[in-house]
Design a protein around this ligand. Structure first.
Ligand SMILES: [Zn+2]
Length: 141
């Protein structure tokens, strides 16, 4: 089968696929649901469109890819050796946008949590979900 996508189109499509309902995000949602938490998804009406929203606790969770969102100290958050200034600028923009979004949500009274991709590997997702569930319930709303 012939591939008609340019590299840019392909990468755009991949990032869109990865951006919503990625496998780590699905695993996390399933685990949180088993822990009794009820949520809605991809709140388009909230700043930054959080991936998982817990209206009862006024809490949101962003599921962040370690590479794009620069998980500090994580070995997935590498910087490409070629075209480095391009990547650094892109990463800086992502990080700046993320912190703006967190600040805006907190000003609106939301509790904001981040679940990193590397903490959602099959062997880790259950423990991560349990910690997250505790933290969300501790918001006490
Ligand atoms: Zn990571």
């Amino acid at each position: 089968m012939v591939d008609f996508l340019t590299p840019a189109q392909r990468s755009e499509r991949m990032s869109r696929i990865r951006g919503t309902d990625s496998r780590p995000e699905l695993a996390l949602r399933r685990a949180l649901h088993r822990l009794g938490l009820r949520y809605r998804l991809h709140a388009k009406d909230l700043p930054g469109k959080p991936d998982i929203v817990f209206p009862r606790y006024k809490a949101v969770v962003f599921v962040h890819g370690c590479f794009w969102h620069r998980h500090a100290g994580c070995n997935i958050a590498t910087t490409p050796k070629s075209n480095t200034p391009f990547w650094v600028e892109k990463f800086d923009k992502n990080v700046a946008r993320d912190s703006r979004v967190v600040a805006t949500l907190e000003e609106l009274g939301w509790h904001v949590f981040v679940a990193w991709e590397c903490e959602l590997a099959p062997s880790k997702v259950q423990a991560t979900a349990e910690q997250l569930a505790l933290a969300i319930r501790a918001t006490g709303t």
